[in-house]
Structure formats: structure tokens, C-alpha cells
Design a protein around this ligand. Structure first.
Ligand code: FAD
Length: 371
């Protein structure tokens, strides 16, 4: 059987890798849109302290975090190193003791269920500052030793490299779809038609275009996020933990010398350019939390588009009426965490193996409709 994956952000790259690992004939097509979420993503892997109540989503992200060490080991086994995954720990900082104590209690409870969290401890503001020296001294914190960071770009590249090593073809181009009356689907790239037995659509915020070509509507929304890149070569960014701050702000270091500060959230702006307003709002909050960034060098602001469905729950499954088209999307703000795992599950679905998760809570019903 021939499998074609359209869209190679973290989700498509993972699906392709897991199919290729099974020895399948895989072709990956990606046109690297400006604003690919994976390329811009911050890379915090620490889902256990979330305030979100949705259990289905929580299962995806916690399984996703637990899957990383296994995946990295497999990729290392293929001779692929420098993937940029580091379990440097994470600290969640708080501006009041009350909030800190409340979250600490929850963290301790969750630790019983999720050994991947590692050690969970409470830090004084001084101790937090010792771990992340740029912080102000006003924030107590919870430290989760199992928290990690990943470079979205590196893990995507690593997955694609592994996929190629396993014999797959990669095309850097635009894919189009047609379906005939009997439901047979063809993939077209640059005037050439590629035969396939199964097509997997993992096209991020651009997926609506492809579904329209098959006569479907897709109710997906795109959230523009800007993220600041600073550089601090003289600091030991290598060992700093990820910082999760109030007001949805976060900060992390990526080796060799980067500090990333995120993000803005904007569902109205579809341009892939950074804005003064965006940079100002990020810096404003960041300087309050971590005055030490004043000494950093400003490098760039990256822009990415997060794909969201209603209720921020991903959709994963076969397109209604088609046994040869699979679709997954809507990974939202946690796709670097859940993406590799969901990609593995997608590959299972594609080869008609039993998935680890019950995917009934992630059906396409609410997001896809006939045009
Ligand atoms: P994408 O990465 O957007 O990939 C989709 C790909 O499909 C693109 O390359 C596009 O060019 C291609 N494509 C579309 N249509 C076609 C076509 N017709 N032909 C060919 N190719 C096509 N998640 C976390 O877990 N932790 C974080 O700390 C985190 N931080 C983030 C910070 C920012 C600034 C952003 C933007 C996101 C962040 N995320 C984070 C979320 C995460 O990055 C996304 O959820 C995830 O990357 C989505 O991956 P994807 O593969 O679905 O989509």
C-alpha cells in the first residue's frame, strides 16, 4: 500500500515516521508555509499543571509528554542526535502564596498518577531565582523535575530525516486533492498525479483548502502567536528550567544561546509578520517577571499559527464517507507536546491497527461538514 502524508509539521512528520518505521511506502508533501506552527513553537513539554478541566485533552497531552523519551531513544538509535529535547525541569511561578499553595496541592496529587513528572517541590523566590537567574525575586514557584523543552524545528527535522532513512520520499511542494464519484482520491503535485491507497491530511491552519477540494467545510480557527528570541551567549542557558508565569506568559532557553519569550494570541490577524504592538506586550510582561532579560540581545520575533477547533479539542480520524482519507488537526497550544504521540496513533489508524487511545472523543463530526 502507498501512503501519502500532506503537511509535515510535527503531526505529519510523526505520522510519516511511524508509518515508515513499519516499512510502509510513504511520500510526504509539505510546502513549508510561512507561519508553520511547529517551526515557531516554543517547545514546553510540561502538561501536568494545567488549569484545563477537559479529561480527553489531558489524556492526549500527558500521553504525549510520556512518549517523548521513548521517541528520542528510537531516533538516537537511528543515529539522529541533537534533537533539542532536554528534561531541564520546569518552574511555575506565582505572585501570591495562596495561588502557589493551591497549585502545589494539585501538583502533588497529580504526581501520584504521573511518575513522568519526576520530583515536585516548592521553591522560595530565592530558590527560583537560583534556577533561572533572570527572574525577579518576587515569585515563589513549583518545580517539576520531569518538565522538558524541545525545539519544534529540530524534532520535525529529526522525524523527517528518520522517515527518509526508512526509505520515504519527501516533496517540498503544494499538494492538491481530487476525488471521483467512487470515492477514489488522487493527490496532485505540480501537474503530476501521485497514486495512493491512503492519504493523511495534517495541514495545520491551511487544511480547509484541501477539504474544500473534496467538497467539505472545515471549521478551524487560526491563532497567530508571536514569540521573541533573545540571545545571551555568556549565560549558562543550557541548564535553565522552563518558566511558566502568570498571565499565560512563559520563558525558556534553547541551546546554544537562545531565550524564547512567548506569546501573543490573536485570531484576527492572518499576516505572518511581527508587530510592534505584539513585541511591546510580550516585553512588557517579560520585563516584569524577569528584569534580567534587559542584558540580552534582541534577535528576532517569530510568528506561528496555532490550529484550533471549538473547545480546543483535536480531531483525529477518517473523513466521513472515506475509508482512504485520514485527517488530524487542532492541536492548538499544546501540539509540540501531543503531536508525536498523535502522529503515532494516526499511523496505527492508517494501517488499521488498534490505537492505544480510544479516539471516540476526537471524531471529525463537529468540525467537518459537506459543502
Ligand atoms: P503545522 O506545524 O502548522 O504544520 C502544517 C504544515 O502543513 C505546514 O508546513 C504547511 O505548509 C503544510 N501544508 C498545508 N497545506 C498544504 C498543502 N496543500 N500542500 C503541502 N503542504 C501543506 N505546543 C507545545 O506543546 N508547547 C509549546 O510550548 C508550544 N508553544 C508554541 C508557541 C508558538 C509561538 C506557536 C505558534 C505554537 C506553539 N505550540 C506549542 C503549539 C504547536 O506548535 C502546534 O500545536 C503544532 O506545531 C501544530 O502542528 P501541525 O503539524 O498540526 O501544524
Amino acid at each position: 500500500s502507498k501512503y501519502i502524508v500532506i503537511g509535515a509539521g510535527i503531526l505529519g512528520a510523526s505520522a510519516a515516521y511511524h508509518l515508515s518505521k513499519e516499512g510502509k511506502d510513504v511520500t510526504v508533501i509539505d510546502r513549508f508555509d510561512k507561519g508553520q506552527a511547529t517551526e515557531a513553537g516554543a517547545g514546553i513539554i510540561c502538561p501536568w499543571l494545567t488549569n484545563r478541566k477537559n479529561e480527553d485533552w489531558f489524556k492526549l497531552v500527558t500521553e504525549g509528554a510520556a512518549y517523548y523519551p521513548r521517541l528520542i531513544k528510537d531516533l538516537n538509535g537511528l543515529g539522529i542526535k541533537d534533537i533539542g529535547y532536554d528534561q531541564v525541569g520546569a518552574i511555575n511561578i506565582f505572585d501570591t502564596d495562596e495561588k502557589l499553595d493551591q497549585k502545589y496541592k494539585i501538583a502533588k496529587e497529580r504526581q501520584q498518577q504521573f511518575p513522568e513528572m519526576g520530583k515536585v517541590s516548592k521553591l522560595s523566590s530565592k530558590e527560583a531565582q537560583e534556577l533561572f537567574p533572570l527572574l525577579s525575586d518576587e515569585f515563589g514557584a513549583i518545580h517539576i523535575s520531569g518538565g522538558a523543552r524541545i525545539s519544534g524545528k529540530n524534532i520535525r527535522n529529526a522525524l523527517l530525516l528518520a522517515t527518509e532513512k526508512n526509505g520515504a520520499k519527501l516533496l517540498k511542494d503544494n499538494a492538491k486533492l481530487t476525488a471521483n464519484k467512487t470515492g477514489n482520491v488522487s493527490v496532485h503535485v505540480d501537474g503530476k498525479t501521485y497514486p495512493s491507497d491512503k492519504v493523511i491530511i495534517t495541514a495545520g491552519v491551511w487544511a480547509e483548502e484541501l477539504l474544500n477540494q473534496l467538497g467539505f467545510n472545515l471549521s478551524i480557527s487560526s491563532e497567530k502567536a508571536q514569540i521573541l528570541h533573545l540571545s545571551m551567549p555568556e549565560q549558562k542557558v543550557k541548564v535553565w528550567p522552563v518558566v511558566m508565569a502568570p498571565f499565560g506568559q512563559y520563558m525558556l532557553s534553547l541551546t546554544p544561546d537562545r531565550i524564547l519569550i512567548g506569546t501573543t494570541q490573536d485570531t484576527n490577524d492572518t499576516t505572518s509578520l511581527s508587530t510592534v504592538k505584539g513585541v511591546e506586550s510580550i516585553l512588557d510582561k517579560a520585563l516584569h517577571i524577569a528584569p534580567g532579560i534587559k542584558n540580552a540581545t534582541y534577535m528576532e520575533t517569530k510568528v506561528g499559527f496555532r490550529p484550533f477547533f471549538k473547545k480546543a479539542i483535536p480531531a483525529i480520524g477518517y473523513l466521513p464517507g472515506y475509508s482512504n482519507i485520514l485527517f488530524a488537526n487542532g492541536l492548538g497550544a499544546s501540539g509540540l507536546t501531543s503531536g508525536p504521540y498523535i502522529g503515532k496513533e494516526l499511523a496505527c489508524l492508517a494501517v488499521e491497527n488498534k490505537t492505544e487511545l480510544n479516539l471516540d472523543s476526537f471524531t471529525l463530526e463537529h468540525v467537518v461538514s459537506k459543502r
